[in-house]
Design a protein around this ligand. Structure first.
Ligand code: HEC
Ligand code: HEC
Ligand code: HEC
Ligand code: HEC
Ligand code: HEC
Length: 268
């Protein structure tokens, strides 16, 4: 009998064995990595150089997110504020709020030296992911959908996973998170607080009453002409209070919201 298999197959068992070793090693190395809090990231809450409280500034003093995170809507990247923003209120000769507070010592120091305060970054998409803040904010997705109730945080933490599955979850069903642009930085917003007639009136500015009615269950072909009659129709379908389903369905349709799901949209 001649050699049935070509010569190289003699090495096959060895190659397989080496392969198995590498796979086992790979899993052993990868598992702890993927399971670490830094990878799943939810709850990640580093200590910041200044005990800056969003609760005090936003919730108690009514400051808008964009006062400090001013680039979010205009550019792809959001930003943490520069020292100058803090000096406006805590600097000598200006606001002078709590000027002598020990908690503000690093801010005073930054004012003297001119060095930026070294805030620890909390949210970070990997380099191979393309993410654009303004593309979301301009399309009715609020900070709260991706960062949680920052307005109530004494110290900011990572509230949402911001993993690929998480991005796609919303991209498949954006209607769960869409809201009027006027409510973007109102982290306490609830759809039931909307005035229904005013909501339909805003839609009527760019869309026909028939098209809007068609999105309301049982509203197709209804004879409606104005916001009040649309509101009546919606009340029959959704009940007394405005619901997220109602708002999300209308905005998705009439703003033509279609979040991408193809790989190259986020990995370019
Ligand atoms: C007075 C200025 C100010 C206002 C107003 C403000 N922030 Fe901040 N924000 C900061 C500073 C300073 C940091 C960095 C220190 C920290 O994490 O607390 C920060 C950090 C953050 C981070 C974490 C950034 C990272 O590293 O990943 C998020 C998210 C955030 N803010 C969201 C918001 C939202 C949402 C609002 C509105 C509800 C808001 N902020 C209002 C000053 C502000
Ligand atoms: C629009 C004005 C304004 C701006 C801008 C502002 N703050 Fe404040 N800050 C306040 C007010 C008001 C308080 C609450 C003071 C009080 O409790 O009496 C406060 C309180 C604080 C405290 C707590 C002080 C203490 O002793 O309790 C810290 C720390 C602080 N701010 C840091 C910052 C930092 C850092 C920035 C810049 C990112 C900043 N603030 C920007 C108005 C401002
Ligand atoms: C669709 C989800 C989404 C929305 C909506 C969103 N963010 Fe973010 N945010 C992210 C992601 C993802 C990152 C990490 C991005 C990166 O590393 O490039 C981030 C990062 C940040 C950072 C850190 C930037 C830095 O350079 O340190 C701040 C501050 C921030 N967001 C504030 C806000 C504010 C304020 C709003 C609302 C006005 C908002 N974000 C809305 C997803 C979102
Ligand atoms: C809460 C909902 C939500 C989450 C979470 C979300 N997105 Fe989006 N995304 C949207 C919506 C809405 C649009 C706008 C679609 C449109 O304009 O038709 C969008 C658009 C995009 C676009 C196309 C616009 C552009 O900038 O080219 C990209 C890319 C994108 N998202 C990436 C991401 C990534 C990456 C994440 C996760 C880190 C993410 N998104 C998380 C809702 C979301
Ligand atoms: C909506 C945005 C989005 C789309 C669409 C998307 N990805 Fe991702 N992808 C991400 C984000 C965000 C991460 C980073 C996850 C993290 O940091 O936890 C990621 C991570 C990855 C990783 C690294 C996985 C890991 O565990 O480290 C691979 C591989 C990948 N994506 C492949 C794909 C492929 C293939 C497709 C198309 C079928 C795709 N992605 C579509 C947002 C997206």
């Amino acid at each position: 009998m001649g050699n049935f298999f070509p010569r190289w197959t003699n090495w096959l068992p060895l190659k397989l064995a080496i392969g198995v070793v590498f796979i086992v090693l790979g899993v052993a190395v990868a598992l702890p990595y993927y399971a670490t809090p830094k990878y799943t990231r939810v709850g990640y809450q580093p200590t910041q150089p200044v005990p800056f409280s969003h609760k005090i500034h936003v919730e108690q003093n009514g400051m808008d997110c964009r006062f400090c995170h001013s680039f979010g809507e205009r550019s792809s990247h959001s930003n943490v504020p520069t020292n100058q923003v803090c000096f406006n209120c805590h600097g000598a000769g200006k606001g002078q709020i709590k000027l002598a507070s020990p908690k503000l010592e690093p801010v005073r120091k930054a004012a003297e030296t001119g060095d930026p305060i070294k805030w620890v970054k909390i949210h970070k998409a990997p380099d191979y992911v393309y993410f654009n803040h303004s593309a979301h904010l301009n399309r009715g997705i609020s900070c709260v959908s991706c960062h949680g109730k920052v307005n109530e945080m004494e110290v900011v933490y990572h509230d949402q996973p911001q993993s690929m599955g998480w991005c796609l979850d919303c991209h498949r069903n954006p209607e769960k998170n869409l809201r009027p642009l006027t409510e973007l930085t109102n982290l306490n917003y609830k759809p039931e607080s909307l005035d229904r007639t005013a909501f339909y009136k805003s839609l009527l500015a760019k869309n026909s009453a028939a098209d809007i009615a068609a999105e309301i269950p049982g509203g197709k072909g209804a004879t409606v002409t104005d916001a009040a009659s649309l509101a009546t129709l919606a009340q029959k379908a959704y009940g007394e209070k405005v619901t997220q389903t109602e708002v999300g369905t209308q905005l998705k349709k009439h703003w033509n919201i279609l979040p991408p799901q193809d790989c190259t949209a986020c990995h370019r």
